[in-house]
Design a binder for this molecule. Structure first.
Ligand code: ZN
Length: 417
């Protein structure tokens, strides 16, 4: 209900602005009096007021040896009391949410803090690019960024923005839609009342859209975050995935295909609007596969990669960015090595391989055109302090975890700081 009111209030404000704008332009001519008009004194031209703009901030170079920080998030929990306590999921499932997610309120506080600490969002596609060296070899390079003086560049990425079935039951928003205003909104169902409504206050995507609209200096050229997508339950809340268990001659096939086609049609305008508003896409593999696992052999990686391309890449377009599921690097977790899985993935167009770590480490590989990078992960594990409370320090340049974590709503699992 609260969110419906928010939206109504926003629409009301828009109408009010439209009405007052019309009022400005609608100066009515006053009735002429019949008395002879005195010599009209020319009304003095109003002195134009200088626009109250702040002087442009000079751009300065952020060189290849200066760290570009990288924070990643999972979908944020819209209904924490439901997610952590009231929903029917198992205890371990709830603890998983505690480990890997933040709540809407925590997310808002994190955004505010990183903004106040001077960070500005940049695109991964601008941080690195591929160039040919004097021997004709293609290699990745860290670029020099030009950013407003006093700012520090920050990459943000969001993993698993697929709106998985399980999340819909655990207090998350359920899909992205285009609102009547042409912008991206999130569809959400209140788990307590069953009421479905549109909101921009309960989803990390629309929250960041709003935040950048209110703080344009939080983004370089309007860039937002990279959305890291799997494919096995479709994307962005649309069930665009194929089901290869339904054979071509299966009587269920025509209905499945028709539904899938309509989901694919429905998601296209969302993708387009996201791209227009600074979002970009990366792969999180089709099946959220563990590339570090022995069981996931090269053939599996190939099948998965082809399927991501067919079912996700065909919608969002080509990408050079791969976010390792579980942060697991292929070929034995040695980033110096270039093993067969890595080589295959690189041959399929990936150039930026992102894992998870305790800092925003990155390394341009010398033997193949690729860059390795780690991302920090604001979530329950790090907000609670991590091993020996060390995460408090790792994240102190972004925020003070003690001021972010909502211990009142999270399960009673203690902290290490
Ligand atoms: Zn994931």
């Amino acid at each position: 209900m609260k969110h419906i009111l928010h939206r109504a209030a926003a629409l009301g404000l828009a109408l009010l602005l439209a009405a007052s704008a019309a009022g400005c332009g609608g100066k009515q001519p006053t009735a002429e009096s019949s008395a002879p008009a005195p010599e009209a004194t020319p009304t003095p031209e109003p002195t134009p007021m200088p626009e109250p703009t702040t002087p442009p901030v000079p751009l300065v170079a952020w060189g290849p040896d200066q760290v570009v920080e990288h924070l990643f998030f999972h979908p944020v929990i819209a209904y924490p009391q439901w997610a952590f306590h009231d929903c029917p999921s198992s205890k371990s499932q709830k603890e998983g949410l505690d480990d890997w997610m933040v709540t809407v309120e925590e997310f808002n506080k994190i955004l505010q803090s990183v903004y106040e600490k001077g960070y500005i969002l940049v695109s991964m596609n601008d941080v690195w690019s591929e160039v040919q060296d004097e021997n004709g070899q293609w290699r990745m390079q860290r670029n020099t960024l030009m950013i407003p003086e006093g700012k520090k560049p920050l990459i943000m990425s969001y993993d698993d923005t697929n709106y998985y079935e399980y999340m819909l039951e655990e207090g998350f928003t359920s899909k992205l839609v285009i609102g009547e205003d042409g912008n991206v909104w999130a569809e959400c169902t209140d788990p307590y009342t069953g009421e479905t409504f549109l909101t921009q206050d309960l989803d990390a995507i629309t929250i960041l859209d709003k935040f950048v609209a209110e703080h344009p200096d939080f983004s370089l050229n309007g860039v937002k975050a990279c959305l890291s997508l799997t494919g096995y339950q479709g994307i962005l809340g649309y069930r665009t995935q194929n089901d290869i268990d339904i054979a071509a001659d299966d009587p269920r096939r025509p209905a499945f295909d028709a539904n899938r086609e309509s989901e694919r049609r429905a998601v296209k305008p969302i993708i387009q609007r996201l791209k227009e508003t600074g979002w970009y896409f990366g792969s999180h593999t089709w099946g959220h596969i563990n590339l570090g696992s022995e069981k996931v052999d090269l053939e599996w990686v190939k099948r998965d990669t082809v399927r991501w391309e067919q079912e996700v890449g065909s919608l969002v377009g080509p990408t050079t960015i791969l976010f390792y599921p579980h942060g697991a690097r292929p070929d034995g977790d040695d980033w110096h090595k270039t093993g067969p899985k890595f080589q295959y993935l690189q041959s399929q167009g990936f150039r930026i391989f992102a894992s998870v770590g305790i800092n925003s480490f990155s390394y341009v590989k010398q033997d193949i055109s690729a860059v390795i990078c780690d991302r920090l992960h604001p979530d329950g594990t790090t907000l609670r302090g991590g091993p020996g409370g060390k995460a408090l320090g790792w994240y102190s340049q972004f925020y003070d975890a003690r001021e972010i974590i909502d211990l009142k709503v999270r399960p009673d699992l203690g902290v290490t700081w």
